[in-house]
Design a protein around this ligand. Structure first.
Ligand SMILES: Cc1cc2nc3c(=O)[nH]c(=O)nc-3n(C[C@H](O)[C@H](O)[C@H](O)COP(=O)(O)O)c2cc1C
Length: 184
């Protein structure tokens, strides 16, 4: 498995979570990683990746069903990989400082994985999006972009640092094996 290969996959209804995913991927790319950004519905296989970042928009307190299904479907392969989770949703002026737990179903799925970290990012609501609830929220003054791309970049840099550090450990592990073999 190539340690530089990272999958960033996401589920988004109106595109703002997809933009967060692309922003994470861009940061990882700038640190020299080989990144694929793919909607969860289009992922065929995760075995070629060292790390997998999975994100979902939150609607009605839940992750999108397809994102939860992704974790279930690829669970057997994900246990051998570093998994990072993010959710985007909170609206309002304190959105960026909200520390929100993962929904129960996702937290339970995450327990069986080698989860390295989870983050909650502020969401974005446009007027006329999200049906009656969206319009209600917009009328209440929540139609705004609450995403903080500096916070998102810093989180992605943490992923890059952790992955790079691990790769150094893995490489030194391999070197030790070679020396052991050659001394016989
Ligand atoms: C109908 C509706 C329900 C929502 N429910 C939640 C919620 O339960 N929790 C939350 O944090 N955000 C909630 N949001 C905010 C969305 O998660 C936010 O707009 C997010 O950025 C949407 O992501 P997307 O553009 O990728 O679809 C809701 C928004 C709408 C329109």
């Amino acid at each position: 498995m190539d340690w530089t290969r990272v999958l960033v996959t996401y589920s988004s209804v109106n595109g703002s979570t997809a933009e967060i995913a692309r922003s994470i991927a861009l940061t990882l790319c700038r640190t020299g990683m080989d990144v694929d950004v793919v909607p969860v519905s289009e992922v065929q296989d995760v075995r070629q990746y060292h790390a997998v970042v999975v994100g979902s928009a939150v609607y009605g307190g839940k992750w999108r069903g397809e994102a939860a299904k992704f974790l279930e479907h690829f669970g057997m392969d994900l246990v051998d990989r570093d998994v990072w989770l993010f959710q985007s949703g909170p609206l309002g002026n304190s959105a960026q400082s909200i520390v929100r737990a993962l929904p129960v179903r996702i937290a339970m799925l995450a327990e069986s994985l080698r989860m390295k970290g989870a983050a909650t990012f502020g969401g974005k609501l446009d007027r006329n999006q999200g049906g009656p609830v969206g319009r209600f929220l917009a009328r209440a003054g929540f139609a705004c972009d609450y995403r903080d791309f500096t916070e998102i970049r810093l989180w992605a840099e943490e992923i890059a640092r952790t992955t790079a550090m691990q790769s150094a450990v893995l490489r030194s592990g391999r070197m030790r094996l070679v020396r052991a073999g050659s001394s016989r």
